[in-house]
Design a protein around this ligand. Structure first.
Ligand SMILES: N[C@@H](CCC[C@H](N)C(=O)O)C(=O)O
Length: 282
């Protein structure tokens, strides 16, 4: 089976082009785990499938490195957009991508040689109700700074869905964020029926954040695009940033520019890179 390994700010996935390759549905989870294994597979944060869509120009499916399927992936979307444009799966510079979390819209920035540099993704509107995230509890109001007991500590969580669930916590110093110790506890906390991606954010200013993540199904990664979008939305909800004003998010693997637009959509812009292509024996 032919594969392409790509990354967005160090968040790497094995990409399979379903226009060329066939993977049986019942083997998707085990294939994702195997491909992600650095010793027996290739090594990555998971697997992403690029295939035909009946409602959009292209379809993305994302599997974490534990084999669980997620509904969205911001860094993956930028790579899917670059791959799709450069491999002629789409012919326009602006096109839609179907995800299990809903449609998104990609715009690729193309140089004179036809290569895609940065990619902007309109991620649509964040979903803020408890039911949409999901997080247990009553009412329709956004979950902002809600107290949660984790490992004997009390943390304050702002919950945002970008098609997939995020729990954002603000800290004074990003270096001291308890990503490794609290990440796995918050990920599987009983407050989140579908589990959750856990993110820590240090606010530098209204236009600058530091960010660290423990991803649901993959653990610590270099970057999480949907998480960075959730961090900006959470910053606005907590009064640390302004709607309509772009924010630079510093992740372990590099920077993303994100704006929660006045019309309610979240726009993310950043890089997408190839690592290698090859064949694996299924
Ligand atoms: N790395 C991704 C998110 C991947 C899915 C996530 N771990 C989940 O289970 O929801 C990104 O860049 O957004």
């Amino acid at each position: 089976m032919e594969f392409t390994k790509m990354h967005g700010l160090g968040n790497s996935y094995i990409y399979i082009n379903l226009f060329k390759e066939h993977l049986p549905e019942e083997r998707l989870a085990e294939t994702a785990v195997w491909l992600a294994d650095p010793n027996r597979g290739i090594g990555s944060d998971g697997m992403i499938l690029i295939g035909p869509s009946t409602s959009c120009a292209i379809k993305m499916r994302i599997f974490n490195n534990d084999g669980s399927e997620a509904k969205n992936c911001g860094n993956g979307l930028r790579c899917v957009a670059k791959y799709s444009y450069e491999h002629g799966l789409v012919h326009e510079k602006a096109f839609s991508i179907e995800t299990l979390g809903g449609p998104v819209f990609a715009t690729v920035e193309v140089d004179e040689e036809g290569r895609v540099g940065a990619v902007a993704i309109n991620m649509g509107q964040p979903r803020l109700t408890r039911q949409a995230i999901p997080i247990i509890g009553e009412g329709d109001k956004p979950v902002v700074g809600e107290k949660l007991e984790a490992n004997g500590e009390t943390v304050q969580v702002t919950a945002v869905s970008m098609g997939n669930p995020h729990a954002v916590m603000f800290v004074e110093q990003i270096e001291k964020a308890p990503v490794e110790s609290l990440g796995p506890v918050i990920e599987k906390h009983s407050a989140f029926p579908d589990w959750v991606n856990a993110e820590w954010v240090e606010v530098v200013s209204e236009t600058e954040l530091h960010f660290r993540v423990w991803e649901r199904g993959s653990g610590i990664t270099q970057a999480c695009g949907t998480g960075a979008c959730a961090a900006v939305v959470a910053s606005v909800l907590n009064g640390y940033a302004k709607q309509g004003v772009p924010v630079t998010v510093h992740l372990l693997g590099g920077d993303l520019t994100i704006v929660w637009q006045e019309n309610g959509d979240v726009l993310m812009r950043g890089p997408a890179e190839y690592i290698c292509t090859g064949n694996v024996f299924l």
